[in-house]
Design a protein around this ligand. Structure first.
Ligand code: C5P
Length: 215
């Protein structure tokens, strides 16, 4: 009989454009795990409301929409628009919306052989018992530059100063909200990518995961 493989959950949190998405995808690929960008669940909820002409500030309507969300249909190319990110951070302050989405995120985390989840509250709320937790951050200026270069790289137009202002506004909304604010879990490993390339961050994370797996 082959020994049972352990169920692994890796939690990756941090502010917008810190590099957590890329790091999470790399970790999921390396360890053969599923990956859920939980930001997409908030984005999809916001987009569904906008598409149906529904208000973004009615908690019961937003929670009903969040409950009906199908995680298998999340399409990054459709949901990555800047305005959807803004709208997402507005619905994300509502406790009933969070409860509905956290339930779906936890169900995703339970699937075998395990998963990498990235977001704002994975290590603190969604998966407090994760095998290992990372908090990925970088200075606002560096994050704004990355987002700017990404948009330009995709053939779009971008203004660095307004991207920086938006990042700072979103950080404040995510950090200051009462329910599940953005903050590192007490046992999270900090990865500051201000001067570190994503490859270096991945190598550092991989070593830490390997060590946690040996324990
Ligand atoms: O990460 P992303 O920019 O796609 O997230 C969009 C918004 O969704 C964030 O600004 C945040 O307000 C919200 N979010 C959250 N909790 C998560 C993931 C995202 O509140 N776990």
């Amino acid at each position: 009989m082959t020994p049972e493989k352990p169920h692994i959950v890796i939690a990756v949190d941090g502010p917008a454009a810190a590099g957590k998405g890329t790091l999470s995808r790399r970790l999921a690929e390396h360890y053969g795990l599923s990956h859920l960008d939980t930001g997409l669940t908030y984005r999809a909820t916001a987009k569904a409301l906008i598409d149906r002409g529904l208000p973004l500030d009615d908690e019961d309507v937003a929670a009903k929409t969040a409950h009906a969300l199908d995680l298998s249909g999340l399409d990054r190319s459709v949901l990555s628009a800047h305005e959807i990110g803004e709208a997402a951070s507005k619905v994300a302050v509502m406790p009933k919306v969070r409860r509905a989405l956290v339930e779906a995120q936890r169900a995703f985390a339970r699937t075998m052989p395990g998963a990498v989840l990235d977001g704002r509250d994975i290590g603190t709320v969604v998966c407090p018992d994760a095998l290992i937790k990372f908090y990925v951050t970088a200075s606002p200026a560096v994050r704004a530059r990355r987002r700017h270069d990404e948009i330009i790289g995709n053939g779009g137009e971008a203004d660095l100063a307004s991207i920086l202002a938006d990042i700072e506004k979103r950080d404040a909304r995510d950090t200051d909200r009462a329910d599940s604010p953005l903050r590192p879990a007490a046992d999270a490993h900090l990865l500051d990518t201000t001067e570190m390339g994503i490859e270096t961050a991945f190598e550092a994370a991989r070593l830490l995961v390997d060590t946690a797996l040996e324990r």
